[in-house]
Ligand binder design. Sequence first.
Ligand code: NAD
Length: 475
Amino acid sequence: MANNDPSFLKSVEISFERAARLMDLPPGLEEKIRVCNSTYTVRFGVRLGDKMETFTGYRSVHSEHMEPVKGGIRYSPHVHQDEVEALASLMTYKCAMVEVPYGGSKGGLCINPQNYTTEELEQITRRFAYELIKRDLINPSQNVPAPDMGTGQREMAWIADQYSRMNTTDINARACVTGKPLNAGGIAGRLEATGRGIQFALQEFFRHPGDVKKANLSGGLRGKKIILQGLGNVGYHAGLFLSTEDDAHIVGLIERDGALYHADGLNIDDVFKHIQATGGVKNYPNANYIANGYSLLETDCDILIPAAIESVITSENANNIKAKLIIEAANGPITAPADAILRDRGIVVIPDMYANAGGVIVSYFEWVKNLSHIRFGRMQRRQEEHRSRLLVEELNNMFQNSKMNVKFSESFIDRFLQGAGEMELVRSGLDDSMRLGYQAISEIWNSRNDVDDLRTAAYLVAIERVATSYASKGL
Ligand code: NAD
């Protein structure tokens, strides 16, 4: 979408400054927090077939107020330094916002993964990882990447293996990267984490009737009309959980090759299978196809979930947005001028920094699991089940002896006896983090007259925490 709106990085800085103006930071600290500490650019060659191809990649470290620093690696032909730095700074604020003890970082490789075979991608990923590892820009105690757009479990497994090969005696090698498959040291629930976090964020929003009213909405998630952009990792899981578990209707889906609309709601799994089989949404039989996909951003709905790329809502289309609530599943989907327009129009935005933090929250759990070398729940699960069984049996005996005509239903007993495995614990930790995060920003939004949106509230929470961290370091 061509327009004159500021870049993603500039938009992040504008939001940052808007919040910083409301704070009383010591002189110079505002700039120290805002600027990106370092960006490493690497150009490396890989021999593919009979020809050498040169690739450009980046790893930015925004803030080391806590270490390791953390942030995904993106594969896209549009990756550039400005974008990587914007994403790295968002990571700093995101981690602070949801109390994950990391500084912010981000990486990117200029590549269209669709143009390469799996073997070629492995070669390229390993070479990129080699360049970063040898400079400690991938390291369990210093810099821990994760997946982002265009990368996933497969790439993370290659990176982890590359690190292990180069650090054969590092017992914590697996903690050098998160988002790995389970068999390579991953954690249950990481794949779904960001989408699951979007669901938990919306559930928590709808537990705040005052906030729901501010968005000119009422009730809960049930029956809400949602338009979703992007059916990748984040969009797929968010859409799936919201439609199958909360009974919301995903009425519209925007993808690269157009959009789908169905007033009663799309079957997300069905659409996902169609995309996997055909490469796009076109020719999906059970919905209306709209060639100009972006027009659906402006279609009437309750909730809009941009879950693809940045800068899709700009000063050009912000006035036409009809959603009452926007939750930023993608990073930076709304430019700063568009954000101001939406604010003036009373459209509530749940900001990226909080909304899509589910991925980094569960990445944190994965890193802790890797460092502790044991699956969550392994020690206590059966013990919990044993204690619950004792309780149920004792109560049943009491009911019988007292001749009371009551007993627990089988389904209650089944559910009650189940100890928490890794997936249950991860979801519980994620839910808790998302609830607390929302409560922190909602409180500021509702209690301060000078804060009129959730984004500013989120920046206030994050900057305050980063500043406190700097202060305790004597800076
Ligand atoms: P992904 O590559 O799995 O999926 C992106 C999806 O968006 C794909 O289906 C793609 O076809 C679609 N898309 C790309 N360009 C589009 C366009 N112009 N119009 C419509 N659809 C388009 O990526 P992802 O991991 O789901 O990430 C999506 C967004 O969420 C990114 O902004 C990313 O930074 C952010 N994010 C991801 C995670 C994570 O854990 N994966 C965590 C936090 C934030």
